[in-house]
Design a protein around this ligand. Structure first.
Ligand code: FE2
Length: 288
């Protein structure tokens, strides 16, 4: 089988075909890694992966991060602490087997409330509803390149506070005190514009909107600035919307993309298994 790479949108993502991830040669892995560095998100359809296969493929990119602390803590399948379950399905006790329920998940990038966030996340579909639950990706390098000069000037050289209080589903993380004050919230400060270590490009790094704050401004000025930035990045031209099929493996770069999920019917079942590739260094500012 020959590996082919086909971009799925102008700003972000590529579909890779001709690969079975259970038996991947070094040469094919190199082609996948190159596509990932270039396109920030990759999609491989029709895979048949067990959790061991998912872990083996994930570990080719580096060491793994443990799952995020979600509304019910860190939820993993028994015996697989490095896998994180995203699901609305209930177990025999009536408790969710995973995180995020069936509601909308707001735009965010994964775990950026850590000083050294994971470089990448991978999601593999095991059960999906008939409709709904699409995941959209935003290309933050294209969005950064297209920033109006005035908007760029107002964030250049500044840091943004990334909130660790709430997850993308709006749930309070387990054991965390609720707050709407960015200064009181747990989280991390990162440069607003990063230099991507893989491809050297500038990328906007905003994390998530709730409890976000741009340093050096009053809370009101920061909110107004963030409103302009968010209106800019969620333009259609920067986004790819993924309609899931069974056996889809999607991997995204947390430094150069954000993602969100549509809600789906709560009575339908959706089960995804995720891994996250540990970041090796703290994000650094882009200097032109
Ligand atoms: Fe996420």
């Amino acid at each position: 089988m020959a590996v082919t790479v086909r971009p799925v949108s102008e700003a972000v993502g590529a579909e890779i075909s001709g690969v079975d991830l259970r038996s991947l040669s070094d040469q094919d892995f190199a082609a996948i890694e190159q596509a990932w560095t270039r396109h920030s998100m990759i999609l491989l359809r029709g895979q048949q992966l067990g959790d061991d296969d998912l872990l083996a493929f994930s570990r080719r990119f580096g060491e793994l991060d443990p799952p995020p602390n979600q509304e019910r803590g860190r939820i993993s399948p028994p015996g697989y602490p490095d896998i994180y379950v995203v699901s609305n399905v209930l177990d025999a006790m009536g408790d969710p087997i995973g995180a995020l329920g069936a509601g909308e998940a707001a735009w965010h990038t994964d775990m950026s409330y850590l000083d050294t966030p994971p470089d990448a996340s991978m999601l593999y579909s095991l059960e999906i509803p008939e409709s709904g639950g699409n995941t959209s990706f935003c290309g933050m390098q294209a969005a950064c390149d297209a920033l109006p000069a005035d908007l760029r000037r107002r964030i250049e050289g500044r840091r943004v506070k990334h909130d660790g209080t709430y997850n993308s589903g709006g749930y309070l993380r387990k054991g965390v005190t609720p707050t709407d004050d960015p200064m009181a919230a747990p989280g991390a400060w990162h440069p607003a514009i990063l230099r991507h270590r893989g491809n050297g490009r500038a990328t906007l790094y905003l994390g998530r909107r709730r409890n976000s704050y741009v340093e050096g401004y009053s809370p009101e000025e920061s909110d107004a600035l963030l409103a302009e930035l968010w209106a800019h990045i969620i333009q259609r031209r920067f986004i790819y919307e993924h309609v899931w099929k069974l056996g889809d493996l999607v991997m995204w770069d947390n430094r150069s993309t954000m993602h969100r999920r549509d809600e789906f019917e709560g009575t339908a079942r959706r089960i995804m298994h995720r891994t996250q590739i540990k970041g090796t260094m703290k994000p650094v500012a882009f200097v032109a």
